[in-house]
Write a protein that binds this ligand. Sequence first.
Ligand SMILES: NC(=O)C1=CN([C@@H]2O[C@H](COP(=O)(O)OP(=O)(O)OC[C@H]3O[C@@H](n4cnc5c(N)ncnc54)[C@H](O)[C@@H]3O)[C@@H](O)[C@H]2O)C=CC1
Ligand SMILES: O=C(O)[C@@H]1CCC=N1
Length: 267
Amino acid sequence: MASRLLLIGCGNMAGAMLAGWLRAGEDAGRFAVLDPALSGTPDGVRLHRTPEQAAEAGHDAVLLGFKPQQLRALAPTFQPLAGPQVAVHSLLGGITLAQIAAAFPDARAHVRVMPNLASRIGRSPVILAERGLGEAEREQVRLLYDALGFAVWQADETRFDLVTALAGSGPAFVYRFIDALAGAAADLGLDADEATRLATVMVDGAASLAAASDLAPGELAERVASPGGMTREGMDVLDQGDALRRLLTVTLRATADKGAALAREIG
Ligand SMILES: NC(=O)C1=CN([C@@H]2O[C@H](COP(=O)(O)OP(=O)(O)OC[C@H]3O[C@@H](n4cnc5c(N)ncnc54)[C@H](O)[C@@H]3O)[C@@H](O)[C@H]2O)C=CC1
Ligand SMILES: O=C(O)[C@@H]1CCC=N1
């Protein structure tokens, strides 16, 4: 990995990544944070309040963890932190490698990174794209993000908004599903807290089983639905007119389209 990584903006997402790296046993001294709004950082992680403080401490890579809409306004302030010895990594949803490179033209390499909040527990997919890394450093970067779950290069950057919708935004859709399932059970008579607890543990177990199994999710679903039994009745409701698939197609399209819109906004 880059030996010293400066996280510029460390809110929900970069904070989850930092927690994930420390949980994975990375040395806290390798990380520093630049975020004027943060009340503190984990033990051993330096917190800088100004770019000047951060510049003095030094780093080999920066990870942009603020909002995409802030890129244009903040880039000039942070350009001195992204000189020819530094690689710029970006979490900014929708923002392309070309836009990151245009904002930080002096940096030696640029990496687009799409994790999700499960980074905190080392169970996030992390999608990567890059410009300017050598072969050996590509592997070091992959290993850095692999510590947060499962990191993979996406060679075709035109797919990045779609993988963002699936893997980065995906947890929000799963949480909506859990809420809806628990809410439905509560509407049908179950205690609301019990319904939420059962739905959450069920989704955790079902997802873990799918991840550990050689069987495709569709095949696992068939194994749950005993012939002539209860589950098929419910699956038929979800499958009617491809209702669930159609809903998720619209959901992913809207999410990915917003990525393109954010990129257009930046120009
Ligand atoms: N929340 C998520 O699950 C995911 C978020 N992302 C990306 O991560 C980025 C951050 O999103 P969140 O963490 O959700 O937002 P957030 O609002 O929780 O974090 C943003 C952080 O940036 C800091 N910040 C604002 N202005 C700053 C400045 N001038 N200098 C330094 N720091 C500054 C804020 O104090 C805050 O801590 C976005 O670009 C988003 O697209 C990517 C994948 C998933
Ligand atoms: O909502 C967002 O824009 C970010 C990108 C993926 C997840 N959160």
